[in-house]
Design a protein around this ligand. Structure first.
Ligand SMILES: [Fe+2]
Ligand SMILES: [Fe+2]
Length: 149
């Protein structure tokens, strides 16, 4: 069983947003799987695999959010501030959990954060990203039309 299924989140009008979400859900599920492996067998190698995947996940989230913000800026999305603030709060929360882990070596808090995160992710994608992607894909289509003459 996966932590989060792609079907739980709305399909994006904009392909690049959809691809990013698919990739990120896959990484999140790998984190969850590696966390389970580590819980069953607390060895250095299991821990290293989990830590590497957590770092990959955080890096992916950062690029994901930054790219949405770049597109919103480029196409003057009216609710930019609200959307960016939602990203900032999530990033701050996950960064705190990651920092605490690196500081204390206690990985349980990060795992708990990760396992509670699908609720936020589904809510964010369905209520914030979905309307953003509708707006962006419309703007991009208008732009393409203009370019054609
Ligand atoms: Fe997104
Ligand atoms: Fe977003």
């Amino acid at each position: 069983m996966a932590l989060l299924y792609a079907e739980q989140v709305e399909y994006m009008d904009l392909d690049e947003m959809q691809e990013t979400h698919d990739e990120e859900i896959a990484i999140l599920n790998e984190v969850d799987k590696l966390a389970t492996y580590y819980m069953m067998d607390k060895t250095e190698s299991k821990l290293a695999a989990l830590e590497a995947k957590l770092d990959e996940y955080l890096a992916h989230v950062k690029v994901h959010f930054a790219n949405e913000e770049r597109l919103m800026n480029k196409y003057d999305f009216p609710a930019y501030e609200m959307h960016k603030m939602a990203h900032d709060i999530f990033l701050m929360d996950i960064s705190i959990a990651m920092k605490q882990w690196k500081h204390t070596g206690d990985i349980d808090k990060v795992i708990r954060f990760i396992r509670n995160s699908p609720e936020w992710i589904v809510m964010h994608i369905n209520t914030v990203d979905a309307p953003t992607s509708v707006y962006l894909s419309r703007k991009m289509a208008e732009e393409a039309k203009k370019d054609q003459g």
